[in-house]
Design a protein around this ligand. Structure first.
Ligand SMILES: Cc1ncc(COP(=O)(O)O)c(C=O)c1O
Length: 433
């Protein structure tokens, strides 16, 4: 199982052992947690050779350390985790990070230089939006927002850009679950590339346009961004991968050449995941599939309840898309399931106070941001996760004052249904058990 080739086994089978052999650690069935900052070299020569490999000092030689040096560069638990993470999307390589934002920011900083343009779909997660709009401009990089959803590629083409270094797509979008066609985005790469461009010192794939996809909402179970043409698939691993709302982490899966470069930046910026977090993620990966399936099964039932409820207006959930609509056609082509995130509007979506009243009445679901954990979470995107997104962008992308985002957990569905009923209609609903 420690073979680097996962072979024919399914990801859910590989999560129990791939990348680790018990004989390495006294027969321990689980990889031990290496809480160590540094690793002792057997000789000075060995230390020197590891460093030469780590910094790519030997022309044509490896650019990643082959031996353990220091936990900012590598740690056994992180290496096992990264082997297992890449399995889910059949990616060449993976890197783990201290958070989803560490994954996103380190990757952008590794790939872009001053003057570069990043085209990104809106809406995006609020932290990503902040990074693009308030941090990147100070480093001479320009992020151009383009409305997500049907026609995204045409809208990007209409900008008539000579070059974009990064095409950044979050699909389904947080919080509206609007989907963007990844195959069409991948087809744009050739048009936005600058063949033969001279690279800045240290740049990887100069002139090329890199498709980065935030796959947090549906990946890795329900959407394989790499298979859809993404060069890099990014995750807030805090969500489904961690899955228990007890850790903060990020991950990037994709092309080995890009990940080698990104890992160099990670080493220098110090944005790697720490060993205990990585160990918790290894444990979580063993149940990733069954958790995501149970969450989606609950979400499908809850979405139908919301869709039929008189106090609810729009319900945004991939499982409720109108057959024959372009979004449904895209969903069928790009995703293997609707996942467990949805947004709904109280009434016509204009009344923030009404949405707050509903939020304040939940008793089983927790009023908290984040998503993908075993417990059901509800939050108010406009006032919370997307508070800093410009009002004009909120209006354009349909993040309304009456909108509530739901991340479905694995509780008994009857209990969730009762909780949602009493939160939406305290007079008419039966009390919770
Ligand atoms: C879609 C998406 N991407 C990225 C992030 C950032 O991840 P983290 O909070 O782990 O830094 C989040 C966090 O909510 C998210 O929802």
């Amino acid at each position: 199982m420690h073979d680097k080739d996962p072979g024919h086994l399914a990801p859910e089978s590989l999560m129990m052992g791939f990348g680790y052999v018990p004989e390495w650690s006294e027969g321990a069935i689980k990889p031990p947690l290496f809480l160590t900052s540094t690793f002792v070299f057997r000789s000075a020569e060995e230390g020197e050779s590891y460093f030469r490999q780590a910094y790519g000092l030997d022309p044509g030689g490896p650019t990643q350390p082959k031996g353990l040096i220091y936990s900012r560069l590598n740690n056994p638990v992180l290496e096992i985790l990264e082997d297992r993470l890449r399995v889910w999307e059949g990616a060449e390589a993976a890197a783990s990070f201290a958070s989803g934002m560490a994954a996103i920011s380190t990757t952008i900083l590794a790939l872009c230089v001053p003057g570069d343009v990043i085209v990104y779909s809106i809406p995006v997660y609020g932290g990503t939006d902040f990074f693009f709009n308030h941090i990147l401009p100070a480093y001479g990089m320009r992020a151009i927002p383009v409305q997500a959803g049907d026609g995204f590629a045409e809208r990007v083409r209409a900008l008539k850009l000579a070059h974009a270094r990064v095409l950044y797509v979050e699909t389904p979008a947080n919080p509206t679950t609007l989907m963007t066609d990844l195959a069409a985005a991948a087809a744009l790469k050739g048009e936005l590339s600058r063949p033969g461009a001279e690279g800045e010192a240290g740049a990887v794939a100069p002139g090329e346009t890199i498709l980065m996809v935030d796959n947090t909402f549906l990946g890795p179970l329900w959407q394989n961004a790499v298979a859809c043409g993404a060069d890099l698939s990014l995750y807030s691993a805090t969500k489904f991968i961690g899955g228990h709302s007890d850790l903060i982490a990020g991950a990037v899966l994709g092309r080995a050449d890009l990940l080698t470069h990104i890992k160099t930046f990670r080493t220098i910026l110090g944005t790697m995941a720490e060993p205990f977090t990585a160990w918790l993620m290894l444990r979580s990966l063993e149940t990733l599939k069954i958790r995501m399936e149970a969450q989606a099964a609950n979400a499908e039932k809850l979405a139908r309840l919301l869709a039929d409820h008189p106090a609810v207006g729009r319900v945004l959930y991939p499982g409720l898309l109108e057959p024959g609509s372009p979004q449904h056609e895209l969903f069928v082509r790009q995703c293997s399931g609707p996942g467990s995130l949805m947004a709904f509007e109280v009434g016509d979506g204009t009344d923030k106070a009404a949405a707050f009243r509903v939020l304040n009445r939940f008793r089983l679901a927790h009023l908290a941001v984040s998503l993908g954990g075993t417990e059901t979470l509800v939050e108010h995107p406009a006032a919370m996760t997307h508070a800093d997104v410009a009002d004009e962008v909120k209006a354009r992308t349909g993040i309304t004052p009456g909108m509530i985002r739901v991340s479905c957990g694995v509780e008994r569905i009857d209990d969730l249904v009762a909780d949602f009923r009493q939160a939406l209609d305290p007079e008419g609903a039966k009390p919770l058990r």
